[in-house]
Design a protein. Structure first.
Length: 125
């Protein structure tokens, strides 16, 4: 029984370590009616574009790291996203149609007053 648990633990740890990290940038722009999100891995041509309900007005640049087990899977299957913008940090999770997290962005933002938590629709293109 201990060996089965140990094998499960090793498999889980290996899966966690399979994710690759990529330097990424982005932007959040909000108006009174909606917020537009964009994220791009530096050096790549594809860009994520998403929209959510508004949580303020203004713009913030993002700089950080995107982590994904399979970037091509994330590019092809992202339909939704979750976000958490705090005064100086931002996190965005890229989600498929069944609720699975395909990748995530974590980094800094330069506008401490543009804050919100929620979700929206978006895709890579």
């Amino acid at each position: 029984m201990k060996s089965i648990f140990f094998l499960f633990l090793l498999t889980t740890l290996a899966a966690v370590n399979l994710a690759s990290n990529y330097p990424a940038t982005g932007e959040v722009t909000c108006t009174a009616t909606s917020c537009d999100f964009s994220v791009k891995i530096i050096g790549e041509t594809k860009e994520f574009k998403g929209t959510s309900g508004s949580f303020g007005s203004g713009r913030s640049s993002l700089s950080g790291v995107l982590s994904a087990i399979s970037v091509s899977n994330m590019y092809e299957n992202t339909t939704n996203f979750n976000y958490d913008l705090e005064p100086f940090v931002a996190s965005i999770a890229f989600i498929d149609g069944t609720g699975n997290k395909l990748g995530g962005f974590a980094g800094n933002k330069d506008n401490p007053s543009l804050n919100g938590t929620g979700n929206g629709n978006g895709k890579w293109g």
